[in-house]
Design a protein around this ligand. Structure first.
Ligand code: VG1
Ligand code: CO
Length: 543
């Protein structure tokens, strides 16, 4: 075997964020940049030699080159077998499913998720562990520590392999299996949902539209909705994955999924619309001229889980990230199950899912999932909704309104200020941290501060502690404002302001969200001086 050991020097900026290492493509294209990080993964792991790893990505620009490099490095580092999605493709939830189904040691996922792609866009890489989920902080820290001192990496000098045909190949002593990226995932979906019932619904005149935003879910959605469930051809729009996502921003929200929004809010709108992100783990759910907030979606899936075959025996518990609205807490209370509050990022759900403490999990950032894999899962959420719609025979809007009637409505919105100056953003956060004492008990109009703190999480399974996970300002009526800096952005800093208020009175459930949250929006400005520190008059994106 032709193993080459290449000398290198560390890059100081290889600290994984909320979900792996994300940088612009040009950063990854620097000589040794990708190799350093990959070698740091191998160096930080123990016992992977001769084992099986899974490899795939969301198909964005640089995916194919990175896969070839990683395969040659894996072979040089003694990996036994590599399972690679055909074309280098695996959606994030599908990669998680494959790791679990094949009982692999772990996997490497190439994705920058909802960030734009292409030569001027972003790229990303992360490591997932044996349970199929994102590596916990102690692993990402070990990888980062290693990246700071690395001085060489190993790579095999061989030709690129053909990724486009299902095959069993060899690179040095390592076996490479090019596998169908869709089949294992689609079969898992069939085992959880009532496909016969959904098929009936889709043949009964019910119309749906799925927007894959030219990202990885295209082939998955065509296979599942059009082929397995018999939805008409064309149900999936923007279904051909493109390396630059057609120039778009593959983020399923009302701003970036505008094609879908036009369809669902246009004349002759279908009954149901959904979109997913770059790597297939996010979802947006729309009814006819109706938007379901991700926080409400989690609450509604929880309340109706018993209608779905995969969850018919009830759910053990639920978990939501701290900034996610408390709508699901109310459902959990009624069901008599535990509701866990975790820091932002799917890696914090892994232990709860493994320990059987939580069955469903969700984040306000259009992420929902369950114990079927260890990642959030966009198409799973779409199928979950379709299954509920098929059983209940009601519209999306009716289901959501009934839910609010029963539980009250948690008005919710997130305001993002993107690409702001990092130093100023940090100043804003520091100022807030220093004002906790002063804020305590303070009155703002009708709102009185009940608590102001920086969220800290102690994992109930392994007792690991994660500090500084977002500033929370809670009011006596249950309203909340949360401030966080994004851990996935690649340009400057992104300030996220999360706003939530609770309205039990059904006659007020029709108020427009930004209007309902107006007072809190003003209080957030007063407390944090957002305009001054971000030098922005308005948020870049409101979801
Ligand atoms: C964002 C979201 C977070 C999500 C993460 C990864 O992180 O807020 O909820 O888990 O993206 O999602 P941040 O640190 O930028 O707020 V994905 O679909 O980008 O893997
Ligand atoms: Co994603």
């Amino acid at each position: 075997m032709n193993i080459r050991t290449v000398s290198t020097t560390p890059f100081p900026d290889q600290k994984p964020g909320t979900s792996g290492l994300r940088k612009s493509v040009t950063v990854f294209q620097q000589p040794h940049y990708l190799e350093n990080f990959v070698q740091s993964i191998f160096d930080a792991l123990e016992g992977y030699q001769d084992q099986t790893l899974v490899l795939g990505g969301d198909g964005r620009y640089y995916n194919r080159q990175a896969i070839q490099t990683i395969l040659k490095m894996a072979a040089a580092n003694g990996v036994g077998r590599m399972l690679v999605g055909r074309g280098g493709i695996l959606s994030t939830p599908a990669a998680s499913a494959v790791i679990r189904q094949y009982q692999a040691f772990g996997g490497i996922i190439l994705s920058a998720s909802h960030n734009p792609g292409g030569p001027d866009g972003d790229f990303g890489i992360k490591y997932n562990i044996t349970n199929g989920g994102p590596a916990p902080e102690k692993v990402t820290e070990a990888i980062y520590d290693r990246s700071k001192v690395i001085n060489s990496y190993k790579i095999l000098d061989v030709a690129d392999i053909n990724l486009d045909k299902l095959a069993v190949l060899r690179i040095g002593d390592m076996t490479v299996e090019v596998i169908d990226p869709v089949e294992p995932y689609a079969r898992l979906m069939e085992s959880l949902f009532d496909f016969a019932k959904i098929r009936q619904l889709l043949q009964s005149g019910f119309r749906m539209c799925m927007d894959s935003l030219h990202a990885v879910t295209g082939p998955y959605a065509v296979n599942i909705f059009e082929q397995r469930l018999g939805a008409p051809k064309g149900t999936v729009q923007n279904g051909v994955p493109l390396e630059d996502f057609g120039g778009g921003h593959p983020d399923p929200n009302l701003v970036y999924a505008h094609d879908l929004v036009e369809v669902l809010y246009g004349d002759n709108a279908p009954d149901f619309g959904a979109a997913s992100d770059g790597d297939g783990d996010r979802n947006m759910i729309l009814g006819r001229k109706f938007f379901v907030t991700p926080s409400d979606s989690l609450a509604i899936l929880t309340a109706n889980a018993h209608l779905v075959p995969g969850y018919k025996n009830g759910i053990a518990g639920v978990a939501r990230s701290m900034p996610t609205s408390e709508a699901v807490d109310r459902v959990a209370e009624k069901l008599g199950i535990e509701c866990y509050e975790t820091p932002t990022g799917w890696k914090f759900f892994g232990n709860l899912l493994d320990a059987g403490k939580a069955t469903l999990c969700g984040e306000e950032s259009f992420g929902t999932g369950s114990n079927h894999v260890r990642e959030k899962d966009g198409l799973w959420a779409v199928l979950f909704w379709l299954n509920i719609l098929a059983v209940k025979g009601e519209s999306v809007e009716q289901i959501v309104r009934d839910h609010w009637k029963t539980y009250g409505r948690n008005f919710y919105s997130r305001h993002d200020y993107e690409e702001v100056d990092s130093q100023r953003a940090n100043e804003l956060m520091t100022r807030l941290r220093n004002s906790f004492n002063e804020l305590q008990g303070k009155q703002f109009g009708n709102y009185q501060v009940k608590y102001a703190d920086d969220f800290s999480y102690t994992d109930p399974v392994d007792s690991s502690v994660s500090k500084n996970q977002g500033i929370r300002i809670g009011f006596t009526d249950g309203s909340r404002i949360v401030f966080r800096l994004s851990g996935t952005g690649t340009k400057g800093a992104t300030l996220r302001v999360y706003l939530e208020s609770y309205e039990p009175d059904a006659s007020k459930h029709d108020i427009e969200t930004q209007t309902a949250l107006k007072d809190l929006i003003n209080i957030a400005e007063e407390i944090a001086q957002i305009r001054k520190f971000t030098e922005r008059e308005t948020p870049t994106v409101i979801t």
